[in-house]
Design a protein around this ligand. Structure first.
Ligand code: CMP
Length: 136
């Protein structure tokens, strides 16, 4: 079976600020996800609002957009077998308190907001999110 996919990963401001970028990248590599592209950027609040617009009706939307634009982030294209679901497994549950042992969010997450990483939740969203950050 061959189901090579690409997904978008973001290392969020809390993890970039604590110098966890290389450690997190190594976790992806050790779990057979190839980092096809990577860049460190600092987005505006308007760009964060566009990226997270699926959450615009949620009570946490404003804080979420303020947070993602609060400092540098690292955006990456991860490639591999079943990359979308594999990345979500490696990240762990959204709330670090509920994440399984040895997941990125359990290891490094501080709170549900400062949960260190974002990953696309479906192949459709992966395509959209990759285009958002990497389309010229
Ligand atoms: P992420 O995977 O980046 O997708 C949306 C983010 O909203 C999520 O991670 C969390 O960091 C953040 N968030 C804040 N509050 C909540 C909540 N109550 N439920 C889900 N996500 C939340």
């Amino acid at each position: 079976m061959n189901n090579k996919e690409a997904t978008l990963s973001i290392i969020k401001p809390d993890a970039v600020e604590r110098d966890l970028t290389d450690e997190i990248k190594n976790i992806f590599i050790q779990n057979n996800l190839n980092i096809k592209d990577s860049k460190k950027i600092h987005i505006s609040k308007d760009e964060a609002a566009e990226f997270y617009k699926v959450h615009q009706s949620k009570p946490f939307y404003n804080d979420l957009c303020a947070y993602l634009s609060s400092g540098p982030i690292v955006v990456m294209i991860l490639e591999g077998e079943n990359a979308v679901s594999l990345n979500r497994k490696i990240m762990g549950a959204t709330d670090p308190n509920k994440a399984e042992n040895n997941t990125i969010r359990k290891l490094y997450g501080i709170s549900i907001d400062k949960n260190s990483v974002h990953g696309s939740d479906s192949q459709d969203n992966a395509k959209k999110e990759i285009d958002f950050f990497f389309k010229n």
